[in-house]
Design a protein around this ligand. Structure first.
Ligand SMILES: C[S@@+](CC[C@H](N)C(=O)[O-])C[C@H]1O[C@@H](n2cnc3c(N)ncnc32)[C@H](O)[C@@H]1O
Length: 248
């Protein structure tokens, strides 16, 4: 079986360097998550878990902003985890990283209960049933009042709107490839995204593909898992931040 694309060291390095150019809303999604975390009545303290946390850029911002917080990063790619470990070393004793798939029982490595579970651009790689099981695990590890926030690629209810968002992002990727603004490893990854989402649009998805689902479907999964206060708290083009809260 082909190696999962996220496990290549050169792609991990390229994503760490270039994500904010490749993903036009990369920083906006992070900002929306931080704003939502900050909107509670209490200061953030305790553990924040980042699922598919990659090279640790979002947790770096969390630890910088909330000195009472600690962080747990879960990701299946050792290449990304190596970058995250190096980045988060600036906060000694406040961050741990774990090489696990979101399909695994990552609850075993989490010091429960946690204040928040966050994620960006990772959970859409899971098939519908895998998402459901993952959302259940998120609910299980949260403390009462704790929040789950997923900033991710989300399918629009309107197929035409969705296709427009996909095609505009694919065109943006093509411009980066044509102008050699990204490394060969990133260009390959972008061509893969274009192939899966433009040329093979509508074809069945396998785990690890871009398994885009609507906000309504995913908010229903969250409610089924036990979450309350479910909502889309931010949305631009292909990206939304979905929220669920564990009741007090
Ligand atoms: C697009 S990158 C996003 C990284 C990071 N969240 C960010 O926003 O910078 C996708 C990340 O999800 C991770 N990932 C993809 N599928 C996963 C899975 N099934 N289990 C755990 N991590 C996964 C990849 O290893 C990679 O680090």
């Amino acid at each position: 079986m082909a190696e999962y694309r996220w496990n290549q060291a050169d792609l991990a390095a390229a994503y760490d360097r270039d994500a904010s150019r490749v993903h036009p809303r990369y920083v906006d999604v992070q900002d929306a998550i931080l704003n939502e975390l900050a909107s509670g009545n209490e200061p953030i303290h305790g553990t924040i878990v980042d699922l598919g946390g990659g090279s640790g850029r979002l947790l770096e911002r969390v630890l910088m902003r909330w000195p009472e917080a600690t962080a747990v990063l879960v990701d299946q790619s050792q290449s990304f985890l190596d970058l995250a470990t190096a980045r988060l070393a600036q906060y000694p004793g406040r961050a741990t990283t774990h090489c696990l798939r979101l399909q695994d029982d990552w609850r075993e490595v989490i010091p429960v209960p946690v204040a928040a579970v966050i994620s960006t651009s990772a959970i859409h790689h899971l098939l519908p049933d895998e998402k459901r099981r993952c959302y259940q695990k998120c609910f299980d590890v949260l403390r009462p009042g704790g929040v789950f926030l997923n900033g991710d690629e989300v399918r629009d209810e309107s197929e035409a709107e969705y296709r427009g968002h996909v095609e505009r992002w694919a065109a943006h990727m093509q411009q980066l490839i044509d102008t050699q603004a990204v490394s060969p490893a990133m260009a390959d990854a972008l061509r893969g995204w274009q192939r899966r989402n433009v040329e093979q649009a509508g074809q069945p998805r396998a785990s690890g593909d871009d398994c885009h689902e609507t906000a309504a479907s995913q908010l229903a999964y969250l409610r089924d898992a036990g979450f309350v206060d479910t909502a889309v708290v931010w949305q631009r083009e292909l990206w939304s931040v979905l929220r669920g809260r564990r009741a007090n």
